[in-house]
Design a protein around this ligand. Sequence first.
Ligand SMILES: [Zn+2]
Length: 287
Amino acid sequence: MMLAVDVGGTKLAAARITDDGRLLGRAERPTPVATDEAAVFDAVLAVVDEVRAGDEVACGVGCGGPMLRGGEEVSPLNIPAWRGFPLRPRLAEALGLAVHVDNDAKALALGEGWCGAAVGHRDFLALVVSTGIGGGIVLDGRLLDGAGGNAGHIGHVIVEPDGRTCECGAQGCLEAEASGTAIAARTGHPAAEADADERARAGRLVGRGVASVVNLLDLPLAVAAGSVALGYGDDFFAAAQAELDRSARIEFARGVRIVPAGLRDEGPLVGAAAVALRALGHPIGIA
Ligand SMILES: [Zn+2]
């Protein structure tokens, strides 16, 4: 049994996850809008307390990036109270349990490879198109970490060279153009109220970013989660697929598919459990 924690800018969630990926007992609460790092951490502990039963062998956490490798320090863009917050050591101390932390989008990639839409695939991209845009890449059956553990940040692939300025300082990043935050800023309405044209535009730009990644890495599959991708549904996926068909033209990349994530709203927590399983050396579908 794993304890799984999902730390997001909007909500905090925790659950117990069985060794075959089933979710038991789930709790959620809003992420405090606080400038005080302790208030956010206390809310994490409270949501964990609601589900913890004492039979968990480890705790896996998915958290927004950027972070130092293994979550030794996290600075989620959408949790301003945490800048260089020592999440992994603080949580391990509080829980008295081994804690393993990774970027939430990398966690999602592990979860989708374990028991979601990428089961049986050794090469795929998983991405979250939500308030922000993140991603995780599985290549040759292994989740890529990169020099600092931040591999897969597809939100900062540039899709509009003259586009909006991104939080990161660059111009025209995918996240600055097609995230929920960007769509709300562009349209003046919540992203969920976007019209069909705006939904298709988000899909098209995500398809453009994904095309660059699959061309670069020889990936036949992209799995998309998040409130924008899943909430926009067919409008989004049809436009993303059409853009991929147009832009992933080199022979090996043709036929690449972009599909909805299989784990739906359980993805972040199943993925967080997969972070712990991976750290423990368990086989989770992808080697
Ligand atoms: Zn950026």
